[in-house]
Design a protein around this ligand. Sequence first.
Ligand code: NAD
Length: 496
Amino acid sequence: MDLIKHYINGADIHGGSRQGDVYNPAIGEVVSKVTLGDLEVVNNAIEISKKVLEKWRYTTPAKRASIMFNYKKLLEDNSVRIAELVSKEHGKTIEDAKGSLQRGIEVVEYACGIPNLLKGEYSNQVGSGIDTFSMKQELGICAGITPFNFPVMIPLWMFPLATACGNAFILKPSERDPSSSIELVRLFEEAGAPPGLVNVVNGDKEVVDALIEHREVKAISFVGSSKVASYIYQKSASYNKRVQALGSAKNHMLVMPDADIEQASDALIGAAFGSAGERCMAISVAVAIGDSADKLIENITPKINNIKVGPYNDESSDMGPVVSKDAYDRINSLIESGVEEGAKLIVDRRNIKLQGYENGYFIGPCLFDNVKDNMKIYKEEIFGPVLSIVRAKNYEEGLQLVKDNPYGNGCSIFTRDGDTARNFSSEANIGMVGVNIPIPVPVAYFSFGGWKNSIFGGHNAYGMEAIRFYTHTKTITSKWPEGIRSGAQFTMPTLG
Ligand code: NAD
């Protein structure tokens, strides 16, 4: 059986006494083992990063940009192979995996503009004979801890921008599907990045804690569940680290009575069941306003029944299995709780069995009607192919549900009325809002991040937010004396 090792200084390195299982969720079998690192492996990776950083911080932004251009091309040329690595360990369809890689490549494309993004400011004559200018400088070694559901897109939110800003980076990918994340780093080196600029240390909490506690690690980027995000935020702050920690979600989509129901229901099923609902921007709650509920259910039910569930390598599959046996059991038990608490399970494709894949973690798409805000299926992030319909009397009641939800990652409204859409965009206390767009993941030159319990720390992922996160600002005030010496000054300097 393959053993997935750490990738440090351009080589596969063994280290740590424990190993984890990596599954192919379509067949429910362990396909490889992954080495779980420890303090010693982390220390080793950091020593390498320190050495590489001594030179890297002096490379010109133009040189870094040229590596990013090469990297973009290599990622595109290898997209099928990378997508297959994602799908095999995650379970999502190849097309879906390719789409997620493409969203990561957009960030690399953004990093190609690093000379422009790092440009500072200059003010001439802020005082007589005095000029002020500012520049952005690297932090040093940064670390990223990433979730299982986007093993290429989310690392690509992080290390291309961190390194383009002049930092070294240590990636701790999800131990559930690490192969594609490691492949990203191999290709980065093929593109011209020096070995050791980005190191991959596999592992779990032990590695994460060691990274946070190490004095040479200056910033932590995390994406995952809110429980872990909150822990990482607090621990990193206690070690005086800069931290961005993106967490869980419970995304609502309001369907107004005037919405184009055909368009809304197509959008809804893609957003609810694509990637088996394992997306932090998946829609898991449809809030049907007024009389839209019956129309929506009538339209959506046959479509949900027609969703083709299958393994990633069957081109006709719309969605694959969920990631693990734990996820399978947790999602099934949440569905059961919905039935027990009185929600109406109007599409129930739980007990799906696929020939040749009997042990795979497949759960077919399920639809609940009459979900109430005190039910477990409403309150918890299910992270599986389960859509809840909540009926609301009017727009105000629907908006209130969005506002009261503790999570604030994404939300969306389907309507033909500009006034309602505008009010929703302004009033929703949510980080990313879609108007007739079900999954409003921003393009790379904006930034990604939620509000409330969906984010901890002050910075979103990618875009200018990331450039600020991965750099210090230094402001220089300078004067070249012209020969008139005024002597020492002991009062607070003013620039007269
Ligand atoms: P997770 O929180 O279990 O794991 C994320 C990372 O944290 C992994 O690398 C894991 O090894 C590490 N980790 C797990 N437990 C830890 C602990 N106790 N201490 C330190 N590190 C720990 O999340 P997951 O199951 O991999 O991913 C799914 C979750 O991520 C969902 O909640 C989803 O909403 C969220 N997510 C959020 C976004 C976003 O942008 N907001 C994007 C993708 C996923």
